[in-house]
Design a protein around this ligand. Sequence first.
Ligand code: FAD
Ligand code: 5PR
Length: 364
Amino acid sequence: MSESNGLKAEVAGAGFAGLVAATTLAQQGWDVTLHERGEELRPLGAGIVLWNNSLEVLKAIGAYDSLLPHTMVPPFYETRIHNETQSLEDFDGLPWRTMTRKALHEALEEAARKAGVKVLVNSEVVAADPSGTITLASGKVRHADLVVGADGVTSNVRDSIGSKDGVTRLIVPRMKEELGGQDEWDNVIDFWNFEPRVLRVLYVPCNDDELYIALMAPIEDEEGSAVPINYDVWAESHPYLAPVLREAAKIENGRYDGYQTNVLKNWSNGKVVLVGDSAHAMCPALAQGAGTAMQNAYTMAMAVSADHLDLPATLQTWEAEEREITDRCQAKSAWYAETRNMSKGNQFTPEVLETAAYNPTEGR
Ligand code: FAD
Ligand code: 5PR
């Protein structure tokens, strides 16, 4: 850990973006307070796929080693239409891993605490000012050299657009034997069914015991988007997944989320900067929302630590250097969500994997 640099940062939101920003800043010598409006630190959602860009960030901030035992690298990313294999992709050795969001969150929380980040729960940030102040729900005003808004897509959804599909995400037991026991059940399998209705199951093993499933249905399909999930509807469409769907139907507190994306003109204003979903929420097709959130949280924290004489200018330079790759990823994700073209298989071309392959820690 570096010596104190005498600078103070206030970070709003303890999601993946806020935890990475806060930890990196603290490791670089900042006095960091992280505000979480919830009563405890915990992730929303179920499982997650991470790629090289965010895995490198986790290594750089010392969160990788404790996370590793809770993750896996599935042999293939398989895509099926009506249960017929369209493609088996392994990304030519590009690093990727699956895990539960809980495991990722715990590893990041541990790194934040070790770095000396002060975490305040039940602390909602209601406003921020470009001069470097935040106002809490309690009415208290705090001053800082840097304010980081990492409070997610609902913080201030500006140009948010709805989309035609959405997903219910759940963690269920692996049940590899019940599914038949073959090695194919270690793959990520993206099961796309279009007839007689659009019902897709993305099957993502996270470790020996836990399976992440994302059940996608159009927003207007009341049965397909129902929570708890409608077992009969899903099992009729995907009978080979019956044991897993039976477990999924027992989960009462799931949620169906429509895809959301937001594009901002600028990611910063004065001493206030946005990172993660508050700046660039994206459709999940390419599994890069959290990856780009961590990537940008890290590069922002490193940039302001290297050059803090004129922070508003540093933030603008950082955005100019780092923004385009995220914009491209966000646009591609939106296109895939709109066209459902991931179903064709073999879509993870080098161009599509541009963000996944990026190493934000190189040269820093
Ligand atoms: P969030 O996770 O939303 O965290 C925001 C935090 O701020 C929360 O803890 C919240 O309680 C807190 N907060 C909110 N408002 C305030 C406030 N006013 N004051 C204080 N605290 C506040 N990404 C991947 O990389 N791989 C995937 O496989 C993947 N799959 C996805 C699947 C789906 C269906 C969806 C919807 C997204 C997926 N993503 C994936 C994207 C990923 O979930 C998000 O991009 C990521 O969680 C964003 O992190 P964040 O920290 O910016 O925001
Ligand atoms: N990829 C991943 C994912 O969790 C989802 C999607 C794609 C890893 C879930 O929504 O396209 O919906 C997707």
